[in-house]
Write a new protein. Sequence first.
Length: 179
Amino acid sequence: MPLLPMVVAIYFLFPYINEEKHQEVAEKYSDDFVIGDSTNVMTSTFRPKAQGEDTVEDLGEDYATMKEKMNQFQKNIEGLKTEIDSLTTVNDSLNQQLAQRDSTANEDVIADVEITEKEFSKNIKSLLDLDIESLSPILNKMSDEQLVKIFKAGSGLQRKKLLQSLESDRAAKLMSEVL
């Protein structure tokens, strides 16, 4: 029995006893992983079989997951495009309604302006028919823009009466705005 322990001891001590022969054997069989091999396991080409299969399966699962997500994104994009199209249609419709409402409102305003101008000339005549003492407090409460409108719409006599009814400072200011 002393032979068996000696064979085992030589087997494990062989790389240290005959280093040249060990290097030669290691280079010859560098493609295979050998127990007792002193080559760097990290740089050897040996890979456990189970680890390689898990990596391929993981890649397959990742690819399937990414493909599924891509399909979901494409469906979401199509849904968003449909929603954008419907919102664009609604926006165009609202713009048309707004344009129609604005055109109708402009026609109403033009009609009101024409009526207002006719009434305005009648109101100026009525206002300027008052005597100067009654007219003066009314005109002093009016804004400068209103006075300019009245002055421009009045006749020569009405303008003279308007200026006589105003205080001198306001009459000068009115004339500077008109001129």
